[in-house]
Write a protein that binds this ligand. Structure first.
Ligand code: GLY
Length: 223
């Protein structure tokens, strides 16, 4: 029943979170499905571009970005450059549901997460640390460049059986980025946009390019 009534879009590497989203019971909301689906990838330590295990910035610190948008009520929540919290999509949902704001950044986002019961932990895995040390040794003087090897994101869009759309996006961003760099993924209209009447779009790829053209917003408007 749930399978018949949910449709979704996803980046090719992310069939597992879509399955997790589908396991939300029939009648469950697209909001729960998006959060739970993205949590799967955020919790996967082998994935080096989302959540725990994400590649760090040039200083070796993992800074995560995420946003969520729920069609009914045109609601949105976002966190940018959050550290030590493995599930930024869930924090973004809390921002949407428990604050009058849309976006929280850096330390403020981290403190808000802790106040909501999230646990702090070291997100830099041995695998990611080794990649960072290798980058430091070989490329320290080079500017970080977005390529398929150092960079990915999950964007998940779900339409539930009530006809409601939710989208979410989560990433550790460009590997070895300048500290404080924020890409498209936590930007409403950049890495994600949902209009319950029309459709939804989510982006993966080099955030700087997506941001310059407000891509997700533009796609939904063209729909
Ligand atoms: N699309 C993810 C990023 O550039 O940060």
């Amino acid at each position: 029943q749930a399978k018949r009534n949910l449709t979704m879009g996803f980046d090719t590497g992310h069939q597992i979170p879509v399955q997790a989203g589908l396991e939300i019971e029939s009648g469950g909301s697209s909001l729960d499905a998006v959060e739970k689906g993205i949590n799967v990838t955020e919790n996967d330590k082998e994935n080096t571009s989302v959540g725990i295990g994400g590649l760090p910035n040039s200083e070796g610190i993992v800074q995560l970005d995420a946003c969520i948008m729920h069609g009914p009520g045109h609601k949105a929540g976002s966190v940018m450059g959050i550290e030590k919290i493995r599930n930024p999509i869930s924090v973004a949902r809390k921002v949407m549901e428990h604050t009058p704001h849309v976006q929280l950044v850096g330390k403020g986002a981290q403190e808000f997460a802790i106040s909501q019961g999230f646990k702090e932990e070291d997100l830099l895995t041995e695998k990611s640390k080794l990649k960072w040390l290798e980058w430091k040794k070989n490329n320290q003087k080079k500017k970080p460049e977005g390529t398929i090897d150092n960079h990915d994101t999950i964007a998940l869009l779900i339409l539930d059986e009530n006809g409601d759309l939710t989208g979410g996006c989560s990433t550790s961003g460009l590997a070895f980025k300048l500290p404080g760099r924020v890409g498209d993924s936590p930007i409403i209209g950049g890495g994600l946009y949902v209009d319950n009447e029309i459709g939804a779009a989510g982006a993966t790829g080099i955030g700087e390019n997506v941001l310059r053209h407000c891509c997700s917003f533009m796609i939904v408007e063209f729909m």
